[in-house]
Ligand binder design. Structure first.
Ligand code: DC
Length: 218
């Protein structure tokens, strides 16, 4: 059994950037479970699978994850789809399809197996509550919706076709609502998770705070 660190929180709180920084510093594997849900969403979208057929069709989906030069890549069969799952369409599709119990069941064992076999920092929505309820450290990382939209806007404004701030904020609020109000494994802070609000912290301050909490606990 490896050392397991769970980081949950809403979209755009900085989970993946911070978890990557801290895991590199500590020599742990960083597991981005959102990428698995995005890969399933891509599979469902590309194949136009209606909701009622999802459970059956996942038997043939072959979603997997590999670590190449220390970085996680996600695969559909032998196709590396890591660079195709970051679009706004797939974000929304992942938020919707991740509410389907068959999708969560399908990814459950993949996540638990990695955590059994490695020291991991795993980020997601239900890691501390459902996937790794016995994690050594649980962190709930959040920031105000406005600040998360702000950060996303800054990131996108360097690229072509940046949507307006209001649209990004609406998307974030919609995803928060969907992720927090679904019946199966909703986004919520585990009773024994430590809350870290990064609204007023920069990346380095956030990463330092998380690393401090982990060191104190382990
Ligand atoms: O972290 P992310 O934005 O890449 O995740 C995409 C979607 O996947 C998110 O809207 C909710 C879902 N998700 C989930 O339900 N459970 C997880 N452990 C990770 C992600």
């Amino acid at each position: 059994m490896g050392i397991n660190i769970a980081i949950d929180g809403p979209a755009g709180a900085g989970k993946s950037t911070i978890a990557k920084m801290v895991s590199a510093e500590m020599g742990y594997i960083y597991v981005d479970t959102g990428a698995l849900y995005r890969t399933v969403a891509l599979y469902i979208t590309e194949n136009n699978i209606p909701d009622e057929d999802i459970k059956k069709s996942l038997e043939n989906a072959d979603v997997s994850l590999k670590f190449i030069n220390g970085a996680q890549r996600v695969f559909l069969g032998d196709r590396d789809v890591s660079d195709f799952i970051r679009t706004p369409e797939i974000s929304m599709a992942a938020s919707r399809t991740s509410a389907i119990p068959a999708v969560r069941e399908y990814l459950f064992e993949t996540q638990q197996k990695i955590a059994r076999e490695n020291n991991v920092i795993m980020d997601g929505r239900d890691i501390g509550t459902v996937v790794l309820p016995n994690a050594d450290v649980k962190i709930f990382l959040t920031a105000s919706a406005e600040e998360r939209a702000n950060r996303r806007f800054k990131e996108l404004s360097e690229k072509p076709n940046c949507p307006p701030y209001e649209e990004i904020l609406e998307d974030i609020k919609k995803r928060d609502f969907q992720d927090m109000n679904r019946e199966t494994s909703p986004l919520k802070q585990a009773d024994d998770a430590i809350l870290v609000d990064t609204t007023k912290l920069n990346l380095k301050e956030s990463a330092d705070e998380i690393a401090r909490i982990i060191r104190e606990k382990i």
